[in-house]
Design a protein around this ligand. Structure first.
Ligand SMILES: Cc1cc2nc3c(=O)[nH]c(=O)nc-3n(C[C@H](O)[C@H](O)[C@H](O)COP(=O)(O)OP(=O)(O)OC[C@H]3O[C@@H](n4cnc5c(N)ncnc54)[C@H](O)[C@@H]3O)c2cc1C
Length: 374
């Protein structure tokens, strides 16, 4: 480590937030010899019941961090995405786009969010994970940052990583007072057991049904014999946790093909996680001298391109590499932002594009990303 003459092992980092971004940052920093402590306000690390798709650039980091096999063992490889009409007619069937230089990597690895976060947490030493630590005050000095927690504890570190999500207080206090932008849409998500009961037994295709303002995302998790079911619908109600009844959800999917209706009919409202969707506008800058943002805190985006968690994890990899390869924290933070922000800016824009019955492609990012990667 060349950082200000410090050995990697003596740089101290406090990561605020134990979501995908914070947990990935802890694993990534550890993989380059930096001891980072993770502080999460909740008293346990939990993820909502839902599936997620991991793209090859993200999975390449898992190899570097030594967690590839542990994660891959809990995934299913998917090669195709479909956009369908409500009645099940396929409008587009397309292979996942190539985001790397390896022709064989036209896939997405489908995983349950809880399995994913659990694997990260299994690879962070227990003494570096601090639950029930809500950061309430941060003071940046020339040579260190003080972090004060609601429980009365305080730490002094060289660098703070704000991985505190879309409503980041760290962003608000140090970087930008931008407010989350409502997408005027809700997402109702649940994981359904017994995938084989619904006629999707050996199917690894990721499907998006569209019917006017209603979209149903079906992400198969065959290794768990489950399906992740996500109903997204336009709504003027922008409360973070909208109130919705099971009858209203059943009504939304009443025109959909029988397999979709059957899934909805098997669920009760308690099975769903319901939230309004928000993103933020791209920020001009992610860092001060000793505080930086990562994941949704830096670039929250909508879920239409399934990219937010992938971006958070890739941020973690880029930040760790920049710290490993720089002479100062400031240089590292500049490198980190220079590498990541052009990519996340594009994904933020693309993620506002939702699939429609008129979509020409399932992956509007395809051409753009081949260009950005050049
Ligand atoms: C419906 C939906 C579907 C999605 N599908 C996909 C997908 O298929 N693929 C994909 O890549 N992405 C997807 N995403 C996006 C993805 O979920 C997010 O981008 C990702 O979870 C962001 O991770 P994060 O760690 O940055 O933030 P978060 O997961 O929000 O974590 C922030 C953490 O910080 C903690 N925290 C906040 N303040 C403090 C504080 N003061 N002190 C201590 N801790 C604090 C919070 O408790 C929380 O645990 C989807 C999102 C939605 C809404």
């Amino acid at each position: 480590m060349r950082l200000q003459g410090k050995a990697n092992s003596s740089l101290t980092v406090a990561i605020i937030g134990g979501g995908f971004g914070g947990a990935a940052a802890a694993v990534a920093l550890q993989s380059v010899g930096i001891k980072a402590d993770l502080y999460e306000q909740a008293t346990s690390i939990k993820e909502v019941g839902a599936g997620i798709g991991m793209r090859p650039p993200t999975c390449r980091y898992f190899k570097q961090w030594g967690i590839y096999d542990a994660i891959m063992n809990k995934t299913t490889e998917s090669y195709y995405m479909e956009i369908l009409k409500a009645n099940g007619d396929v409008i587009i069937r397309e292979q996942w786009p190539l985001l790397t230089d390896d022709e064989n990597e036209r896939w997405s690895r489908l995983i349950h969010r809880a399995d994913f976060i659990e694997t990260f947490m299994d690879h962070i030493p227990a003494e570096n994970v601090h639950l029930g630590y809500k950061a309430v005050k941060i003071i940046e000095h020339d040579d260190l940052v003080e972090v004060h927690f609601e429980n009365g504890q305080k730490v002094e570190v060289d660098l703070v990583v704000g991985a505190d999500g879309i409503r980041s207080n760290i962003r608000k206090e140090f970087i930008s007072d931008c407010e989350p932008v409502p997408a005027k849409a809700h997402a109702y998500r649940a994981v359904v057991d017994g995938m084989d009961k619904y006629g999707f037994a050996t199917d690894e295709t990721f499907r998006v049904y569209v019917d006017g303002d209603v979209m149903v995302y079906l992400l198969p998790l065959p290794h768990r014999n489950q399906i992740s079911f996500d109903v997204t619908v336009k709504s003027e109600d922008t409360s973070w946790r909208p109130d919705i009844t099971n009858e209203e959800i059943l009504d939304l999917v009443k025109n959909f093909e029988p397999r979709v209706r059957k899934i909805a009919e098997s669920l009760t409202i308690e099975d769903y996680t319901c939230r309004s969707l928000f993103d933020i506008e791209p920020l001009e800058n992610w860092s001060t001298n000793r505080i930086t943002l990562l994941g949704d805190a830096a670039h929250a985006m909508l879920h239409h391109q399934g990219s937010g968690a992938n971006m958070a994890i890739q941020d973690a990899g880029a930040l760790a590499e920049a710290l490993r390869d720089s002479d100062s924290i400031m240089e590292a933070l500049q490198k980190y932002q220079a590498e990541r922000k052009p990519i996340t800016d594009v994904y933020q824009r693309l993620s506002r594009q939702e699939p429609t019955q008129e979509s020409q492609t399932a992956f509007p990012e395809k051409a753009t990303f081949e260009k950005v990667a050049e």
